[in-house]
Structure formats: C-alpha cells, structure tokens
Write a protein that binds this ligand. Structure first.
Ligand SMILES: [Zn+2]
Length: 281
C-alpha cells in the first residue's frame, strides 16, 4: 500500500485503486479486479476505518468486480455507468470465469459471489461531505461514456480513473472520443497536487498533455487509414498499437486485450465521422 498524504492511499494493481480517510470513515475509489487483491484492499481499508462510500468510476469489469468483496459502504456511480453495468460483466457466471482466468488460485474466494450494483446514481455532478472533507464526483465522459472523476478537495487529489493512464495505451472500446478531450481540460483546471490514474502510478498535471498525445497518436493512425479509403473492418485489422514497445498494455487480459483494442479502433473510426461539437442541427 502506498500513500500520498497521511489520509490518501492507493494500490497500484489492476486497476490502480484509491481511498481517502476522513474522521467519519473511508471513501474508496474503485477496487482491484483480482479477488485476492480485493480482499487485501478490503482489509487495509478496515484497518483505517469503516468503508462509508465506494465509488465506481466506470462499468468495466476491472473496476466493479470487487464490489462484492469490499462489502459495506454505499456504492455510487453515474447514471450512465449504472445503465452500462451489465455490458462488461454480463452475469455472475462470466464474472467468476474471468476472475479464475486472471487469478487462477481464487476458486475458494468465489463462493457466494454476486454482482453488486451501485446504490446511488447521479447525473452531472454530486458532492459528498464526510468527516469535514468534500468530494466532488464529476461526470466526465472519456475512456467510457459514463466515466466519473473524484476530486477530493481538501486532500488536493483527483482520482481520474482511466481518463488518464500514464505509461499505458489508451483504450477506446467504450469511449466518448471527443468528450474525452473536454474531460482532460476539466482535470487540467483543478487545483490539486496529485492525479491518481486508473492504471499506473500517481502523476502531476504535466501528464495531461502526454495523455492527450497518446490519444492523438491512436486517432491519427486510424484517421490516416480511413482517409486512404479503408473500411471499418480493414482498419480494425491493420491497427495494432498495443504490441509496440514503449508503453504497457494489460497483459493480464490475455487475448481479450486485442479484442478490446479492435473494438476501440472501430469506435474511433466511427467518431471520425462526427463533428467534434456534435451533429449539425
Ligand atoms: Zn476501463
């Protein structure tokens, strides 16, 4: 477990998860994908205080599978994340199958496993006040169309989820491509010391231009092929950025990483046909 201050902790696993301790309990942001990591995280939280709120920043399995393990706490997400919930974890059976794949020893930890849904949802923004601290939950479409970022105001930290992924390739399979750039601008405007990303280690504001560049690199490559007249499927076959040296990609996902990349290239291909400020009229 690592800390940024004596109240802010994070664990850089898959994904990177975070928590803020207040005098009235803990606010947790996401949870680890592997059951054994989730139990380690749950026990660490319990050593610091009762889990009061647990925020799901997106509907992807790696961020929500641990809901059942963390127990306690009221789960909060955006309305869009709630409505997309079953598109990543379609059933308990699939959830268990994937967890066994990622965490082969976890069999005994799967007994009684259930998909736990958010209890409270919000539309554009909500404020939590707990133990003298303020948390702004801001709807920030980007890596997913339902993404939430969590700004812990007094702690001077923002949990960005997968809208920022230092040292990792961006994935677009559920993305709101152009809104993602707007959401980066919002993150850039916050008065914070630290950004805790969805994958990778904590970073500073200067990571945001690098994130933008990583996104432009993928979008530019898709655009180049589309402009040459290649169809959607041809472009999906040709673009393979995750195998290039330099950045990480989620090897823990195995072949699924290629499927997600391919779906993401399709999403970018389609987005190139839209005007960035929306449909005319
Ligand atoms: Zn994700």
């Amino acid at each position: 477990m690592d800390s940024l201050t004596d109240q802010v902790f994070y664990m850089n696993r898959y994904p990177t998860v975070g928590m803020v301790i207040t005098s009235e309990g803990v606010v947790a942001i996401d949870g680890p994908m592997k059951p054994s990591d989730a139990i380690e995280w749950r026990d660490f939280i319990a050593s610091k205080g009762p889990l009061r709120y647990h925020i799901n920043t997106e509907h992807h399995q790696d961020h929500i599978a641990s809901n059942w393990y963390l127990g306690g706490g009221t789960i909060i997400s955006s309305e869009v994340t709630y409505s997309d919930f079953l598109t990543s974890l379609p059933s308990v059976e699939v959830a268990k199958e994937r967890m066994l794949f990622y965490d082969p020893e976890c069999g005994p930890l799967l007994d009684g496993y259930e998909i736990r849904w958010p209890d409270i949802t919000f539309r554009s923004r909500m404020t939590l006040r707990l133990g003298g601290q303020t948390f702004h939950l801001i709807f920030s479409p980007g890596h997913t169309r339902g993404q939430t970022v969590v700004h812990a105001v007094e702690a001077r930290v923002v949990f960005t989820a997968d809208n920022i992924t230092p040292g990792n390739y961006p994935f677009f399979h559920s993305a709101a491509v152009w809104e993602w750039f707007e959401s980066l601008a919002l993150l850039e405007s916050l008065d914070v010391d630290w950004y805790v990303p969805g994958h990778g280690g904590p970073c500073r504001k200067d990571e945001i231009p690098r994130q933008r560049q990583r996104m432009f690199d993928v979008i530019g490559e898709v655009k180049k092929l589309k402009d040459l007249g290649l169809g959607r499927e041809e472009v999906q076959e040709r673009v393979n950025y995750i195998d290039r040296p330099g950045l990480e990609h989620p090897r823990v996902l195995g072949d699924r990483a290629y499927l997600l990349q391919k779906n993401g290239v399709g999403v970018v291909y389609d987005a190139l046909g839209e005007h960035p400020s929306g449909q005319a009229g």
